[in-house]
Design a protein around this ligand. Structure first.
Ligand SMILES: Nc1ncnc2c1ncn2[C@@H]1O[C@H](COP(=O)(O)OP(=O)(O)OP(=O)(O)O)[C@@H](O)[C@H]1O
Ligand SMILES: [Mg+2]
Length: 348
């Protein structure tokens, strides 16, 4: 292991003398907010643990509290047990398996098994959402605030540079996607993310980041949820859009090289993405699930609102491409996000 000494030094600074009980088995890839996750083995018992520590957007002690909420919603069976928790550290049961994402990308299990498992995961989320649903009220504080979130995403898009041009500086240019003139400027489309938002009928209490790196699955197709940063009350359409958005954003492949050409008053985006048979099957399940929930909650303007959230998710994911080693997907993400926004114009 590279930098082994450094990780042992970390371990000692986090756990003190307690650290001597463990050996480091591996260091997990971790997300954007800066925590570290190391997998440890207790030298005397052989038991495996996952240690998450560091400075995070949502402090670890809050994540531990969130984890307890998750146990009450999903049941112990689906959540790793926590053994030690502190201000900036949690030591939990290490689940032996892979993230659902890895299992899909590497086709570790056969297609029908993974699709079946995915359906069960979606079903369980649906159950929890139904159980915790409350009519929307503007006085309830949401874990992710829809309008500020959309504003942050718009700022992040404006900061991007394509074809040598900062997007903010060409915000008035008309967007052309795969040779189709949308007739709308970049600025107009990005404004829709806040202007067209309308509150849901219901909010739900749940895991707010159901991305496929936050689900661990084993060879028996048993699964667990991890990463409790965003647990709380949500406009349920936001986590719902994660299920579809994850595959589009993180599991699509490029069918040809993407291009962006900035003209005097145009911005021409050209890309073609596709999905494997397995990912297409999972995407179809995610769409079905989302539509069923939309019907259940009798959401108004559902297609418009869900496409809006999906566009925000894809455009927001531009920020994480480097961390996920997917820099070459910036053009398709921008294109797909803007394409979804053009679709909602006619869905008022
Ligand atoms: N209990 C666990 N058992 C096995 N592996 C784990 C466990 N907890 C975390 N991991 C591994 O570590 C990775 C990162 O953990 P986690 O998802 O909690 O944090 P993160 O996504 O890096 O951070 P955040 O979303 O808080 O910024 C997971 O994707 C998974 O591979
Ligand atoms: Mg995570």
């Amino acid at each position: 292991m590279e930098g082994k000494e450094m990780w042992y030094a970390h371990l000692r600074s986090v756990l003190g003398t307690e650290a001597d009980r463990y050996e480091i088995v591996s260091v997990a890839e971790s997300g954007a907010s800066g925590p570290r996750v190391v997998i440890l083995r207790d030298i005397s018992s052989g038991k495996m643990y996952a240690l998450k520590y560091g400075e995070t957007r949502v402090p670890i002690f809050q994540q531990v509290r969130n984890c307890q909420t998750m146990v009450s919603l999903f049941g112990e069976r689906y959540i790793p047990e926590i053994f030690i928790s502190g201000e900036k550290v949690m030591l939990m049961e290490a689940i032996s398996g892979q993230t659902f994402h890895e299992a899909v990308i590497k086709s570790l299990y056969d297609l029908p098994s993974l699709v079946e498992a995915y359906k069960k995961i979606l079903e369980k989320f649906g159950e929890v959402w139904k159980k915790t649903a409350e009519p929307f009220s503007s006085t309830v504080s949401l874990a992710r605030q829809p309008i500020p979130r959309a504003e942050r995403v718009r700022e992040a898009v404006f900061r991007r540079v394509f074809d040598g041009q900062n997007l903010r500086e060409i915000a008035g240019n008309k967007v052309v996607i795969n040779e189709v003139e949308t007739g709308y400027s970049l600025d107009f489309l990005l404004e829709l993310m806040t202007d067209r938002y309308s509150s849901p009928n219901y909010t739900t209490l749940c895991h707010g980041d159901p991305n496929m790196d936050n689900i661990i699955i084993d060879s028996d197709m048993d699964w667990w949820l991890i990463d409790f940063e965003w647990v709380g009350r949500h406009d349920w359409r936001i986590p719902a859009s994660h299920f579809v958005g994850w595959w589009l954003s993180n599991a699509s492949f490029l069918k040809e090289a993407s291009r962006i050409k900035v003209g005097n008053d145009t911005i021409c985006i050209k890309y073609q993405i596709g999905q494997s048979e397995l990912v297409s099957a999972l995407l179809a399940e995610a769409w079905k699930f989302m539509e069923n929930m939309g019907n259940f909650f009798k959401e108004k303007q559902f297609e418009q609102q869900i496409k809006l959230q999906l566009a925000i998710l894809l455009l927001g994911d531009l920020r994480f491409l480097e961390a996920r080693n997917r820099s070459q997907y910036a053009i398709p993400l921008l294109g797909e996000g803007l394409r979804l926004l053009t679709e909602i114009v006619s869905l008022s």
